[in-house]
Design a protein around this ligand. Structure first.
Ligand code: ATP
Ligand code: MG
Length: 609
């Protein structure tokens, strides 16, 4: 199990608010109509809300002071109508913004998912799955909160504050200035505190992500964890991570607690100033009593939106972190493709390897060294060698999971890098020891839901591999349910499904990587037959332990420390009494650790190191 969950969750893409809006705009633009309708609703709501204090002020000055009591009836009707309008605008505002946010998020998630699927395998080697899942779910969700909560709140409340200040200034700009004298100081203090909270939250999230990745990795590998007595060690690691997370949580709670008193103090100073100076102005006769009441009503509306903004500002900060992580993932380079690709359409299956050298990363040792090999269409080749000799690596290169140096692999005379990845994977079919089986039916697991694969092809594939017979004998059929990871199937059955899958897809080049390992002797015969069937008339490369499988091949290539040590038929190589002879005489014990293999083989899935 790798320890790479401990690595810092790197955020390469730093984002500022303008930057965030720039990156989100392409998604927002798709829902422009919704966006502008929502903005219209906000502006409407703000204007209506400011008319209410003005109305009350009017009632006081004209109704009470002027003793014209008919004013009250008019004011009552007007008030009712304004409130109805306000409710309508408020509903439209919330609803439209939510709809907008959700739609935009949907576009973003689609885009992100599409992108992740095109990332090179190297990325998945370095990144724990738990972390990618967090990006696609939690992070997109908190970015969603930014829209469904944050944007509505900050935008709406900013508009409210502006409308309040305008309304105040219209009543008396002098009184406004005096009342809001201390506002800059308080606003600065609260944003300062908010920034601190943001930093803590950012740290908090990073720590939670570490816990997630740790859990995902260890629960996935629970068998290994228990098998190798790592339970206590894992519990200790977990408790360290968890304690760390709690500490950070406490710090954020303390910072949050300071926020409330600051806001209360701010509220008190504005109202005190307005009452005091407003009283003086009123005594002077420079402000009508109704206008002063309207002023006081308006100023009461100043703090709550500010408080909301600050609260959402933290969420904004939170989502900014999520946005950074999302866009860091979005900025991971996709699998590299050349410009002028060549689609061969049909291939004969001729493979030409010319002086192939390969290393996984620049600082890692060479895994394949000077491999030259010519494989005729329809030929079957066995690849033999100790653990770590580079067999699986060679195959990954053929499928373009990793990029081999240019002009070192040719398929039907075309350089491999010129053939689109998707197409080459269509031509090269691989059956591995551990094939992916998912929850569904047998049929779905063979056809993979590909519309190009007909029911007949699936049926024929099952018959040829002998799986149909097995299904019928056990009272099942193609519609029988398969559990997650094929838990309700035997190892042999899972293998047969993989074979049938390959037959149905009918690739031009077939690769079996340890496909026949781990099979009990009962299944062996069936698998043996199935192997014969699927390699018939097809270029095939077979990596196997079983002598019986290898012997059937036209040629055997023996790899040693990434180099070709011997090539020949079984008989030739036995006669030569070289490496192959040694393997064969100990039962093709390819699983002996290659003493020469540099570096640990810890990158192999399921490796208990
Ligand atoms: P086995 O018989 O155990 O399957 P193999 O012959 O298939 O062995 P490879 O999996 O090709 O061996 O590995 C060859 C070498 O490349 C090993 O030293 C291994 O540690 C290294 N290696 C394999 N995969 C990676 C990877 N993703 N990143 C870095 N090094 C790797
Ligand atoms: Mg291998």
């Amino acid at each position: 199990m790798s320890e790479n969950f401990m690595h810092e969750d790197l955020v390469k893409t730093k984002i500022t608010y303008p930057g965030l809006f720039k990156r989100l705009w392409p998604y927002a633009r798709k829902e422009k109509v919704l966006l502008f309708s929502a903005i219209f609703a906000v502006a409407g709501g703000a204007i209506v809300a400011r008319l209410i204090p003005a109305l009350i002020g009017y009632a006081i000055d004209h109704g009470i002071k002027g003793k014209d009591y008919s004013v009250f009836t008019q004011v009552a009707y007007a008030y009712l109508i304004l409130e109805i309008f306000r409710s309508c605008f408020s509903f439209a505002n919330v609803y439209l913004f939510q709809l907008f946010g959700n739609r935009m998020l949907f576009h973003l998630r689609e885009d992100l998912m599409g992108h992740v699927q095109r990332l090179p395998l190297q990325f998945f080697n370095k990144t724990p799955t738990g972390r990618i899942v967090t990006r696609l779910t939690n992070d997109v969700m908190s970015l969603g909160e930014l829209f469904t909560d944050g944007v509505i709140a900050v935008f709406t409340h900013t508009v409210i504050i502006i409308s309040v200040v305008i309304a105040l200034a219209v009543i008396s700009w002098k009184l406004t200035l005096v009342s809001l004298l201390l506002a800059p100081l308080f606003i600065w203090a609260s944003f300062y505190l908010s920034n601190r909270i943001r930093d803590i939250l950012r740290e908090q999230k990073k720590k939670l992500s570490l816990i997630n990745a740790f859990l995902a990795e260890n629960l996935n590998g629970i068998k290994v964890v228990q098998l190798y007595n790592r339970v206590t060690r894992n519990r200790d690691t977990f408790s360290v991570l968890s304690n760390d997370y709690r500490e950070t949580n406490m710090r954020s709670i303390r910072a949050y607690a300071l926020m409330q008193p600051i806001m209360n103090l701010f509220n008190a100073t504005t109202i005190t100033a307005a009452l005091y100076y407003g009283g003086l102005l009123s005594a002077e006769g420079s402000i009508a009593i109704g206008a002063l009441v309207a002023f006081l009503m308006n100023i009461q509306d100043f703090i709550p939106p500010l408080r909301e903004i600050l609260e959402k500002y933290q969420q904004f900060q939170n989502s900014l972190t999520s946005a950074e992580r999302i866009f860091t993932l979005m900025d991971e380079p996709e699998e590299y493709e050349l410009e002028n690709l060549h689609s061969p359409g049909m291939i004969r299956g001729e493979l030409d390897i010319r002086n192939l050298n390969f290393q996984y990363e620049a600082n890692l040792p060479m895994v394949l060294k000077g491999i030259s090999l010519h494989i005729q269409p329809g030929e079957s080749i066995a690849l033999v060698g100790r653990t770590g000799s580079g067999k699986s690596t060679f195959i990954s290169l053929l499928q373009r999971f990793y990029d081999a140096p240019e002009k070192s692999i040719f398929v039907d005379g075309i350089a491999l890098e010129r053939i689109p990845r998707e197409e080459i994977r269509h031509h090269v079919g691989v059956v591995q020891q551990d094939n992916f089986i998912f929850r569904g039916t047998v049929r779905e697991n063979i056809g993979l839901g590909d519309p190009r694969i007909s029911e007949e092809q699936i049926q024929r594939a099952c018959e040829k591999t002998g799986y149909m017979g097995l299904l019928t004998r056990t009272g099942r059929d193609l519609s029988s349910a398969v559990d997650e990871r094929g838990a309700n199937l035997s190892v042999g059955e899972r293998q047969l499904i993989a074979f049938a899958r390959i037959l149905a897809f009918n690739p031009d080049i077939l690769i079996l990587d340890e496909a026949t390992a781990n099979i009990d002797s009962e299944s062996e015969h069936i698998i043996q037959e199935a192997t014969k069937e699927i390699t018939k008339g097809r270029t095939s490369i077979i990596i196997a332990h079983r002598l019986s499988t290898i012997e059937q091949c036209d040629r055997i290539v023996v790899l040693n420390q990434g180099e070709i040590a011997e090539i020949g038929s079984h008989a030739e190589l036995m006669k030569a009494e070289g490496l192959y002879y040694q393997f064969a005489s100990v039962g093709v014990k390819t699983n002996v650790i290659d003493e020469s293999a540099n570096g640990p083989a810890g990158t192999e899935p399921g490796d208990p190191s």
